[in-house]
Design a protein around this ligand. Structure first.
Ligand SMILES: NC(=O)c1ccc[n+]([C@@H]2O[C@H](COP(=O)([O-])OP(=O)(O)OC[C@H]3O[C@@H](n4cnc5c(N)ncnc54)[C@H](OP(=O)(O)O)[C@@H]3O)[C@@H](O)[C@H]2O)c1
Length: 512
């Protein structure tokens, strides 16, 4: 029996057998993401023997970096950031095929040089090689890179054949609906949709992929997964850190753009979508888009479905933390929200009447991303809340990070001669069951793009649908200035206005 049949979690990884000879070109190769995630991801794929036999890595950037120096930088990045130690033999194999091309992102001649470089690699390999372009630069240069990939012929390389060129695009994908449409327009003028891989690295996380398995492979969940049994859903993406030195970036972004529009909306779509007709990428993404389209427009204004706030001074881990407005690079009258919460209604057969609460914030009580499904309570004829009966609603919580796993809150009898009850928690932890050395999201995503599997990437219409929901809110907040901006102490679970959002339905936020 094949490994993938015996063990469903190996299914995705077994697909590497289809990865053709590949040259991965990283634009922005001297950057932070390349060092922290991309080089370690490539290295770990090498350790796991998941890279194609003919694999080449090309760094690209404006700085002149000799090949040797780039290899040294890459080795240093692996030593510092990889989940596994540097193995000289594995790295030696990758390093032998690692080179660097210097050039501007808006310089057509530099892209001709890049095309020549790739053609040389192809001659060396002796057969067709697919080019996978990873755009890991600030978004200001996404469009020039895309246009130059088109003008140099690199985007159309081997189009119509199995080794066609592909492009991975980092987030943020636009900053509102208009800019996302414009970026999609630039992409479509150069690439066909099946060549494009828009990253949301949350989709590469084990627990996020596990959502599909849990929902559709366990008979106990799917029959309950609807308005008849589910009372509400809460999705939390909380960070403990503040803006640190990224104040300049954050002032242009805020929590809605930085987290809600992408990560939390993706978690929502994965949680609430209908069963796809098959596991192929288009069927899965069709269901996500259908779900996103069923979300009702947000009611804005003071009595609406939204709350926003900035962190004030408080305590984090027993240490004092300053407020957002005191951080470096932040305007005294800053309009950037460090916390956002939404109450969403999904107008379809399955979910009508079930509120979905989304929240994301910086400087919150602890770093955690989770999806909590709160079930309706049974009739209180036998057990009703009282001094003897401490009861909770059943909650199924998928913990995405840290400490990936799944927990279920149940009510149980406290041992003793008297019948007393107490909520208890059943836990499944990835690290305990499968060991802690699971692949990082970027490993899975780079491998899938090499193979040509777009399941865990955002389709163009999906990005636009999500922006369509968030853009009116962004505009209303921009028009309102600081009016309606609440605050919360650093180290807390958010502002009073977000609590009030749930109190309208007699709900309250979980403290995960
Ligand atoms: N870092 C992360 O953890 C992270 C996480 C999620 C998503 N992302 C996304 O991934 C992308 C890369 O992030 P990063 O943190 O690696 O970015 P970065 O370090 O700021 O930039 C990457 C490289 O792009 C080039 N670059 C920087 N600013 C530029 C500018 N204004 N114009 C032209 N080129 C410029 C530089 O290379 P040269 O000077 O050599 O050309 C730089 O080394 C961004 O879109 C970011 O939003 C990053």
């Amino acid at each position: 029996m094949a490994d993938s049949q015996r063990h469903p979690f190996l299914h995705g990884l077994s697909k590497h057998r289809g990865a053709p000879p590949t040259v991965v070109v990283i634009f922005g190769a001297s950057g932070d993401l390349t060092a922290r995630k991309l080089i370690p991801a490539v290295y770990n794929l090498g350790v796991d023997n998941l890279l194609p036999t003919d694999f080449h890595l090309v760094g690209y950037g404006r700085k002149e970096i000799p090949d040797d120096e780039f290899r040294t930088l890459a080795a240093d990045a692996i030593k510092e950031f990889s989940r596994r130690e540097l193995d000289d033999e594995v790295w030696g194999r990758i390093a032998g095929n690692t080179t660097y091309v210097a050039g501007g992102y808006d310089d057509p001649e530099a892209f001709v040089r890049l095309a020549d470089h790739i053609a040389k690699i192809e001659r060396q390999v002796g057969r067709d090689v697919q080019a996978l372009f990873y755009i890991s630069t600030p978004p200001s240069v996404f469009a020039p890179i895309l246009r130059n990939l088109g003008a140099s012929g690199l985007a159309g390389k081997h189009l119509g054949q199995p080794h066609h060129a592909k492009v991975i695009i980092e987030k943020p994908f636009g900053r509102d609906l208009a800019s996302a449409r414009e970026l999609n327009g630039t992409i479509r003028s150069v690439f066909e949709e099946h060549q494009v891989y828009r990253i949301d690295h949350y989709l590469g996380k084990e627990t996020v992929q596990d959502l599909l398995v849990q929902r559709f492979s366990n008979a106990i969940f799917e029959p309950l997964w609807n308005r008849n049994f589910i009372d509400s859903v809460q999705i939390t993406v909380a960070e403990e850190v503040g803006v640190g030195t990224r104040g300049g970036y954050y002032e242009q972004s805020g929590a809605l753009r930085d987290m809600i529009q992408n990560h939390t909306m993706q978690l929502l779509a994965l949680t609430a979508r209908e069963p796809p007709v098959s596991l192929d990428a288009e069927s899965i993404r069709d269901e996500k888009v259908k779900l996103l389209k069923a979300i009702q427009p947000l009611r804005l204004g003071p009595d609406g479905d939204v709350a926003r706030a900035q962190y004030a001074a408080g305590m984090i881990g027993g240490k004092p933390a300053q407020g957002y407005l005191e951080e470096e690079g932040i305007a005294a009258e800053s309009k950037a929200e460090t916390y956002a919460a939404l109450r969403l209604s999904i107008n379809n057969w399955r979910w009508q009447g079930v509120p979905f609460y989304l929240r994301s914030g910086k400087r919150m009580a602890r770093r955690v991303s989770e999806i909590a499904i709160n079930f309706k309570r049974p009739p209180g004829t036998l057990f009703a809340e009282s001094e003897k009966f401490n009861l909770a609603g059943n909650t199924l919580a998928f913990q995405i990070q840290p400490d990936e796993g799944l927990s279920l809150i149940l009510n149980a009898k406290i041992p003793g001669l008297e019948t007393r009850t107490q909520p208890v928690k059943m836990n499944f932890r990835y690290a305990t069951t499968f060991g802690s050395n699971t692949p990082e999201a970027y490993e899975r995503l780079v491998l899938d793009a090499m193979i040509g599997d777009g399941t865990l990437f955002i389709r163009g219409d999906e990005a636009e649908t999500s922006w369509k929901l968030c853009t009116p809110l962004l505009e209303s907040w921009s028009d309102a200035g600081r009016k309606g901006m609440d605050s919360y102490p650093a180290g807390s679970w958010g502002p009073a206005s977000a609590d009030a959002l749930l109190a309208k339905n007699q709900h309250h936020w979980r403290q995960p």
